[in-house]
Write a protein that binds this ligand. Structure first.
Ligand SMILES: [Zn+2]
Length: 566
């Protein structure tokens, strides 16, 4: 096939723009002007189908370099209203009222698990096990926060999950069972203490397949052709087995990069062995295992992200899963095995520890007989970075992965709230993806979603809009037809962290390929690479930034084959 008369935005620095290209056996074999490509076809004396695109816009297939396809199947289907009855509740009283209704509606349930919106609704008046016990005493009730980093349990649920008054925290400051001044459990639990609860929500294989298919079809329809699945807290075998079976049935058209996720310090000693087992057992052409993932810290909103400067309201500093010396030792072992490393790092101290370890191992690699440092280390989220550390991504070659759809301040990161947690100044200076990008570091972009609840937010074009504007369409005045509109949404500070569209496209294509170590075969429209590309009716650079979230590619090609979009 040859494609002509297009505006090809290649992401190849040596030839940023082209008019045409030829594709053979799923790869780009010639990229250039119309004449060059037609000449190439003539020289090779092949009958080629010519696709005249009449000035349409072409860009490489998108790489979503951190998201959670399988985990979202654990978070409940979107068609069950009962799973999300408390989403918009603004206070403790409203949540308790909704719980009463739910119990009235389903009096014979043995287990009530549901999501509520955001913990900020409870900042002044926390909800405890005692409040829940007054409504349901003998059956477990679990209220999970929408972000899934914390939950509130009634006494029956604490018993059900065997959380006792003397159960130790998993990682101090990070994964903890909150206690009141008398040392009694309050029912509030954070981070990875929630894993048994998620495990209790394990979907059937059928539900898992439904969730995977639904998400993959949506993501492909929005131009995503390669995905890094940033991990699952439970049931890894079930999930990997399902992906492999689906791939063998031809139902995984995208490339999936999976990982083994570490969320408990006790998982670290056997992590590499387990990773190798997964790789040997479940790897296929489309499903690859190249990366270890670690939940290294938490989030600011529940004071679990690890800070250098303490939280303004509690004076605590959060925590990390393992200590810096333990991290160093583990990273050395990963480097020895050639396994890339992807870490959840939200707080400034979490990132600094990772940077220190990389610095140390690079220095060791330069010593005589030292083992060269060869793995890719990625810090994901990077919400609060110390000024002194900003240049270290570039200097140390650490990939910075950000989720642009957060740049409008969703998930309770409203400026007032951030100031309450982080102090006046630091609270207004988070999510600095532009500054990191401008240092010359490799910055990659992702959707990092875990819900089937609002598919729009998975779209890379939604991410591009919020990345460019720092305004979240969901927070603006809806248009007359009810469609979301970011124009009237508040601008999330600092305004000079707005990214350019060029940066966003780079972060969603070639930089994602660099993160995954596949930039020799993906991420740009370049001779020798896989022919993954998108055809768009409009030039992305001419689209009103506030309409970017509505962009849907006309056609999506993976390895030169057009994907049928349902
Ligand atoms: Zn994630």
């Amino acid at each position: 096939m040859i494609v002509t008369n297009a505006k090809v935005y290649t992401q190849n620095d040596a030839m940023p723009k082209a008019e045409a290209f030829a594709v053979e056996d799923g790869k780009f074999v010639c990229v250039g002007s119309n004449e060059e490509v037609r000449q190439w076809a003539a020289d090779h004396a092949k009958t080629m189908e010519e696709l005249d695109l009449d000035g349409k816009f072409i860009m490489p297939g998108i790489i979503d370099s951190h998201t959670h396809i399988a985990m979202s199947a654990f978070m409940g289907g979107d068609d069950d209203d009962d799973e999300f009855p408390m989403y918009d509740c603004k206070s403790k009283a409203e949540i308790l009222e909704k719980l009463k209704d739910l119990v009235k509606k389903h009096p014979f349930r043995v287990f009530y698990a549901m999501f509520y919106g955001q913990i900020e609704a409870l900042a002044d008046d926390p909800l405890t096990r005692d409040d829940l016990d007054k409504i349901v005493r003998f059956r477990p009730v679990v209220l999970m926060e929408s972000e899934c980093h914390s939950a509130i349990l009634n006494s029956a649920a604490l018993r059900y999950f065997k959380i006792r008054e003397d159960t130790p925290d998993i990682a101090p400051g990070l994964s903890r069972y909150d206690r009141d001044e008398n040392g009694r459990l309050t029912g509030f639990i954070t981070e990875m203490t929630m894993v048994p609860i998620l495990a209790s929500q394990t979907p059937s294989e059928k539900e898992l397949r439904f969730g995977i298919t639904k998400l993959l079809s949506y993501l492909i329809s929005r131009g995503v052709t390669t995905i890094f699945d940033a991990g699952n807290m439970t049931e890894e075998d079930l999930i990997f087995r399902t992906f492999k079976a689906m791939d063998q049935e031809g139902k995984i058209p995208v490339r999936m990069f999976m990982c083994h996720m570490l969320w408990h310090p006790d998982m670290v000693p056997s992590a590499i062995e387990k990773f190798k087992k997964y790789k040997a057992k479940y790897e296929t052409d489309n499903i690859r295992f190249e990366t270890m993932k670690m939940m290294f810290d938490g989030t600011q909103r529940i004071h679990t992200a690890c800070m250098i400067e303490p939280y303004a309201d509690t004076g605590t500093c959060g925590g990390t899963l393992i200590s810096e010396p333990e991290l160093l030792e583990f990273m050395r072992a990963l480097n020895h095995e050639g396994i890339d490393f992807h870490l959840h790092t939200v707080g400034e101290a979490a990132m600094r520890k990772v940077m220190n370890c990389v610095e140390r191992l690079q220095a060791e690699g330069e010593e005589e007989n030292g083992e060269p440092f060869r793995i890719t280390v990625t810090c994901a989220h990077d919400e609060v970075i110390c000024l002194e550390d900003i240049n270290r991504f570039k200097e140390l070659g650490i990939v910075a992965n950000f989720t642009p759809s957060w740049n409008g301040g969703n998930c309770g990161s409203e400026p007032e709230n951030m100031q309450r947690l982080l102090g006046q100044e630091r609270g207004l200076c988070t999510l600095q993806s532009r500054t990191v990008f401008d240092t010359g570091a490799v910055v990659s972009f992702s959707s990092d979603e875990v819900e089937l609840h609002n598919l729009n937010r998975w779209s890379p074009f939604w991410g591009m809009e919020v990345g460019m504007t720092r305004q979240d369409p969901d927070f603006g005045e809806p248009l007359e037809d009810g469609a979301p509109d970011g124009r009237t949404a508040p601008i999330y500070p600092p305004v000079d962290e707005r990214l350019t569209l060029s940066q966003l496209i780079k972060g969603y294509t070639i930089n994602g390929a660099k993160q995954l170590g596949i930039d020799d075969r993906l991420g740009s429209i370049e001779v020798g690479k896989d022919a993954d590309f998108l055809v768009l009716a409009e030039n992305l650079f001419e689209v009103d930034p506030y309409r970017l979230h509505e962009v849907v590619p006309e056609r999506v090609y993976i390895k030169g084959k057009v994907q049928s979009i349902v």
